[in-house]
Design a binder for this molecule. Structure first.
Ligand code: NI
Length: 198
């Protein structure tokens, strides 16, 4: 650029030419800088999204490895016990977590298919009652819950990071992002596991 400016002066250009040329150079440099910054910003955002997905999938896998053996040794009698009238037994809490897995499986997949989706909510008490988890074998529930979550950990790990901001309208609630749903799924799971193992 300096060489060009010098050559223009040499060819008889005025100082106005030089100032114009410097102006163009400045605008071009600024333009390049802005584009480079935007590309870097988008790259960082993608990296952050990818990291969140990998971390969440690993956390879920770690929970399964740690918790599944503890669940397996709980007896049929203990798992059926309701702490008080109207409170869920361990079987019913784990059943609720299976319902959460199956509903969130739908959300995690459908939530990738378009930037805005509507999905019905689920009535948690009625789902637990209508399936009579209380009358199902504990070992079967533990096995289903464990396998379903192994699959969900895989599903989470392969969500494209550019889908994380997709909006999901669930029932009558305010829309939430797919990213929120994924994080909230594991938070909810930990909460109920605490009730079973606490
Ligand atoms: Ni719950």
């Amino acid at each position: 650029m300096k060489a060009m400016a010098v050559s223009i002066i040499f060819l008889g250009g005025t100082s106005t030419n030089v100032i114009n040329l410097l102006g163009v150079a400045l605008v071009a440099t600024l333009g390049v800088w802005i584009v480079a910054s935007l590309i870097e910003f988008a790259r960082n955002k993608r990296r952050k999204g990818k990291r969140m997905l990998k971390d969440t999938a690993h956390e879920l896998e770690r929970i399964l490895i740690e918790v599944a053996p503890k669940l397996k040794i709980i007896s049929e009698a203990d798992s059926s016990l309701r702490p008080s009238a109207g409170k869920w037994s361990k079987k019913e809490i784990l059943g609720h977590l299976i319902d959460s897995a199956s509903n969130n499986h739908q959300r995690f997949v459908r939530g990738q298919l378009s930037s805005e989706i509507e999905i019905g909510g689920y009535e948690q008490e009625r789902w637990v009652n209508s399936q009579e988890y209380q009358n199902e074998a504990w070992a079967n529930l533990v096995s289903l819950w464990n396998s379903y979550n192994q699959h969900l950990a895989h599903v989470i790990s392969v969500v494209p990071e550019d889908k994380l901001k997709n909006s999901c309208f669930i029932g009558e609630n305010e829309p939430v992002s797919l990213e929120f749903l994924i994080k909230d799924y594991v938070r909810h799971l930990k909460h109920h596991l605490g009730q079973i193992l606490g």
